[in-house]
Design a binder for this molecule. Structure first.
Ligand SMILES: *[C@@H]1O[C@H](CO)[C@@H](O)[C@H](O)[C@H]1NC(C)=O
Ligand SMILES: *[C@@H]1O[C@H](CO)[C@@H](O)[C@H](O)[C@H]1NC(C)=O
Ligand SMILES: *[C@@H]1O[C@H](CO)[C@@H](O)[C@H](O)[C@H]1NC(C)=O
Length: 580
């Protein structure tokens, strides 16, 4: 009888963790949805009455909507690095100091360092089936075209299907991107230098009375060849970029190069459906990182011309439809009630993406500024919605300051993992706030970096219920009041085109969310107290900061031919999936 009891107890004990896993409220699946460059003002539930985003709106009705959800950077590479690691990007070195603010090519050597720990890595170790579908843009290789040292599979994702790089305006060649324009400029400079040098050599040779054929004939011929090559390179830059950056990978293999952009949306959706079908019995973590709504706004025919806001609006509405398709897959697999769904955007809408009167970038509602600006609210305040039916209250709205970095400790702890103790984690567990068991977020201060430069900071003064924002540096807008740096693609973080503020600009975000009324000691009795308090917090943060090697600077962020992933022979890099 005793052995019988022992066996029964053993069976019970063995079953307990599994049983706990099935109970609602523990170890949920995680479906994280991240849009690219979507503005907070582009979404119905955040106040847009003319765009149709019924699926995202439904998430908010059924879940918790955050209205002060802040990205750690106003551009994608650093913001995404912070999201995945729960740390300010300056801690992991995923920032620049020289103006090249995101990884510039697929074949650069910079990327998310291997000693950084993503939430995917922790949950993978805890038995989650992990997957990333869509955009990565956090690096690929270090030393060779296939070491994949920065690849998603090295960072805790067991499955990857998507773009290692990012959508860029020049992929379909209809837009002359800043990158392409800059490269063409440099090539033309080289061309002029070669011609000038050849002319000089010729003149010098003549003066020195040197006789043909040496040395100036080979010089002239050589220069002519170099000049023709440079000219050809400038002409074919578009093709080069398309083949170099515009490709799809499945796990470690390039499957399509260049991508056929019109096919990508259905391919990504099919892959999400297959992932969910394969893994519905296990706890899973799926990050769907949309290529929408970044330029070039590739939109399928079903949505073209359907919105009230041109191609940009069409693209937003298609992305919302994709959200609906994926939520439908959860329903079909019967996992909706034990899946935590999260929706966000990596940074605010790009105000500079305008051509004439046409809008190709997002709308940030009442918030000032947009993508690429260090401190202005429009670049960093993004949608943030959590849904977990039966666990999180439906229709709850949280106005407290929260960060995309908070997703890290939140999902790690829900998945039964532990937040790393050997490094600073800047994110805070959101669960109490989402459940409504806590009134205030854990963030007293949030810092707003532009590259490695601290541009602004916010202070949540809980006892007074105020949120203050202090700006140390702001970009100079092209026209006063325009709120954008038109013609420059993206606002700079340093140099002549930014304005340092002594004393800093102070706003009371709780009363002035548009940051339109600068407070002064004359208009705000608390001015000196607030500015002093924030200054002390900033100094404390900076004293404790351990700089890591910058992954986005200098040689780390230039195209290296030997790192170029190619599924056909280099430099052609062309292939098509079998059977299509
Ligand atoms: C809705 O979004 C579109 C697209 O960005 C924008 O043009 C429009 O101004 C927004 N409307 C409102 C009312 O916010
Ligand atoms: C899912 O949860 C909701 C809300 O708690 C509940 O109404 C519904 O019946 C549940 N569905 C299933 C299939 O358990
Ligand atoms: C990772 O390595 C870099 C370079 O050695 C170092 O600066 C950084 O502190 C390390 N990060 C962690 C989290 O250990």
């Amino acid at each position: 009888f005793r052995s019988c009891l022992a066996v029964a107890l053993g069976v019970l004990l063995a079953l307990t963790p599994a049983a706990r896993g099935d109970m609602p409220g523990s170890r949920p699946n995680m479906l994280l949805l991240m849009a690219d460059d979507l503005g907070i003002g582009d979404v119905g539930c955040y106040g847009n009455s003319t765009i149709r985003t019924p699926n995202i709106d439904r998430l908010a009705e059924e879940g918790v909507m955050l209205t002060q959800h802040i990205a750690a950077a106003s551009v994608c590479t650093p913001s995404r690095a912070a999201f995945l690691t729960g740390r300010y990007p300056v801690r992991s070195g995923m920032v620049s100091s020289d103006g090249y603010r995101v990884l510039q090519w697929a074949a650069v050597s910079g990327g998310l360092p291997t000693n950084e720990t993503t939430f995917a890595k922790i949950l993978q170790d805890k038995g989650y089936a992990t997957g990333l579908i869509g955009k990565w843009h956090l690096g690929l290789n270090c030393d060779s075209s296939s070491d994949h040292c920065h690849h998603p599979l090295r960072h805790g994702f067991a499955h990857f299907y998507g773009m290692p790089f990012s959508m860029m305006g020049d992929l379909p060649r209809w837009e002359l991107s800043e990158k392409r324009a800059g490269l063409e400029r440099r090539l033309h400079l080289c061309l002029r230098a070669v011609v000038a040098l050849a002319a000089l050599a010729l003149a010098a040779g003549k003066l020195a009375g040197l006789q043909p054929p040496l040395p100036w004939t080979p010089v002239v011929i050589g220069s002519a060849v170099v000049a023709v090559l440079l000219l050809a390179a400038a002409r074919s830059l578009g093709t080069l970029i398309v083949h170099a950056d515009c490709f799809l990978m499945r796990d470690h293999a390039v499957t399509e190069q260049p991508m056929r952009l019109q096919r990508t949306t259905p391919l990504l959706l099919e892959d999400a459906a297959a992932f969910l079908k394969r893994n519905k019995q296990r706890p899973f973590l799926l990050l769907v990182s949309f290529l929408h709504v970044h330029t070039p706004l590739v939109t399928t025919e079903n949505f073209l011309g359907k919105s009230l806001h041109g191609l940009y609006g069409d693209n937003v509405e298609e992305m919302d439809w994709m959200v609906g398709q994926i939520l439908g897959m959860l329903d079909r697999e019967g996992v909706t009630n034990n899946t935590l769904v999260y929706f966000t955007s990596d940074n605010g809408g790009s105000l500079e993406s305008q051509h004439g009167n046409r809008q190709y970038g997002g709308w940030n509602g009442v918030y000032r500024g947009g993508k690429g600006m260090g401190g202005w609210e429009g670049g960093i305040r993004v949608p943030g919605i959590f849904r977990w039916p039966g666990v999180l209250p439906a229709g709850r709205v949280v106005t407290e300051p929260t960060s995309l970095m908070d997703v890290f400790p939140t999902v790690v702890q829900l998945g039964g993992g532990q937040v790393p103790q050997d490094r600073v984690i800047d994110g805070r567990d959101l669960l109490p706030l989402l459940l409504g068991t806590a009134q205030h977020s854990d963030h007293e201060f949030l810092l707003h970096y532009c590259e490695v430069f601290l541009h602004a900071a916010r202070w949540h003064q809980r006892d007074r219920g105020r949120v203050w924002k202090v700006h140390y540096v702001t970009p100079q807008f092209q026209r006063a009041g325009a709120g954008a740096c038109y013609g420059r693609g993206v606002c700079p973080c340093f140099g002549e085109k930014v304005t340092p503020h002594h004393p800093p600009l102070l706003f009371d975000l709780s009363r002035d969310p548009s940051e339109s009324h600068v407070l002064t000691p004359a208009t705000e009795p608390l001015f000196h107290e607030v500015v002093g308090r924030v200054q002390r917090a900033v100094e404390g943060h900076q004293r404790a900061l351990r700089p890591a090697p910058l992954q986005l600077d200098g040689l780390h962020n230039i195209w290296k031919p030997w790192l170029q992933p190619c599924c056909g022979p280099f430099p052609l890099c062309w292939c098509r999936p079998q059977g299509s």
